[in-house]
Design a binder for this molecule. Structure first.
Ligand code: ADP
Length: 312
């Protein structure tokens, strides 16, 4: 195909769960670097990555936003592998910054800046009827100018048709919202908001807040760390196909609980965090309303992107 001929593939940059990533450049201009992500073909396709993946991902080419990784091109090679030509972002991701506690220092203003960029990315997806569904620090890539770019739309799909059941086996476990853990078939942008909340919490403490080692453990951690989902705080939850919670009900934690753990982002920051971690997806804050929150205007102001900490 023609799209394929536009690029020259270079050395392997890394290997992911379902893809190999290569450096590449434009054939007519070798100074224009790209990342070529070659999705491994699996014999048994999971629902989210069926052969219609090309069509699914194609519309992401139109999602143009400073906080969303640019998808330059998409083509399938003769072995039927799917090749995504992406913006080349060699400075790593938020996870690397969060984990490198020895060398990377950051504070409330930096967290506010990163959270703002991530929230704008999610807002833009949702405005365009796209759910990301796999938001985690490792999918927040850092551009040379400091911009956070949401990547890995492998599982993203349009939610324009709310009556089409969607697969529930999405989102890395730690960032997975309770409605998916309970097997809800119809879900919304609220799934991404939950993940953003957990990324925010993790930036603050530099440790995952709900690091479940199985689905059951994940539900248990949510009950302990947030509160037990019940009919009182979430009407209809007990009717979800896979609803199970520990017998011992934990009441929802109050503001002071979150202040003691996440207080460095201030009262307003904690207020926003709590609204992203509301159990009932219908009551959870939307990305749009997150952007209207008072936190953004309180001191400290978000760090200018050129001054944000970077991988050394
Ligand atoms: P994961 O399964 O960890 O999400 P990916 O398949 O997205 O991994 O990518 C594997 C590796 O390739 C990453 O760890 C990173 O080093 C590199 N990589 C991925 N995307 C890009 C990109 N757009 N620019 C530069 N390097 C990238």
């Amino acid at each position: 195909e023609d799209e394929k001929r536009k690029y020259v593939r270079g050395k392997k940059l890394g290997e992911g769960t379902y893809a190999n990533v290569y450096l590449g450049h434009l054939r007519h201009d070798p100074s224009q670097l790209v990342a070529i992500k070659k999705i491994k073909v699996q014999k048994e396709y999971t629902e989210g990555m069926a052969p219609d993946a090309v069509r699914e991902i194609k519309h992401l080419q139109e999602l143009s936003h400073p906080n969303i990784i640019t998808l330059h091109s998409i083509f399938s090679s003769k072995d039927q592998n799917l090749n995504l030509v992406l913006e080349y972002l060699p400075l790593g991701d938020l996870e690397m910054l969060i984990r490198d506690t020895d060398r990377v220092r950051y504070g409330a203003a930096d967290i506010k800046a990163w959270t703002g960029m991530l929230t704008r990315a999610v807002w833009f997806c949702h405005e365009n009827f796209v759910l990301h569904r796999d938001i985690k620090p490792n999918n927040c890539l850092i551009a040379a100018d400091g911009e956070v770019k949401l990547a890995d739309f492998g599982l993203a799909r349009s939610f324009a048709d709310p009556y089409k059941p969607m697969t529930t086996n999405v989102i890395t476990r730690w960032y997975r919202p309770p409605e998916l853990l309970f097997g809800a078939k119809h879900y919304s942008g609220a799934v991404d908001v939950w993940s953003v909340g957990l990324v925010l919490a993790e930036m603050v403490t530099r440790a995952a807040y709900l690091p479940g080692n199985s689905e059951i453990d994940q539900i248990n951690l949510i009950c302990q760390g947030i509160g037990t989902p019940t009919e009182e705080n979430w009407a209809g939850v007990t009717k979800l196909p896979e609803y199970t919670v520990p017998k011992e009900v934990t009441p929802l934690h109050g503001k002071n609980y979150y202040i003691s753990r996440f207080g460095v982002i201030g009262h307003e920051g904690v207020d926003l965090l709590m609204k992203t971690l509301i159990l009932d997806p219908k009551k959870r804050i939307t990305a749009r309303d997150m952007l209207k929150h008072e936190w953004w205007h309180k001191d400290p102001k978000p760090t200018l992107k050129k001054n944000l900490p970077k991988k050394s």
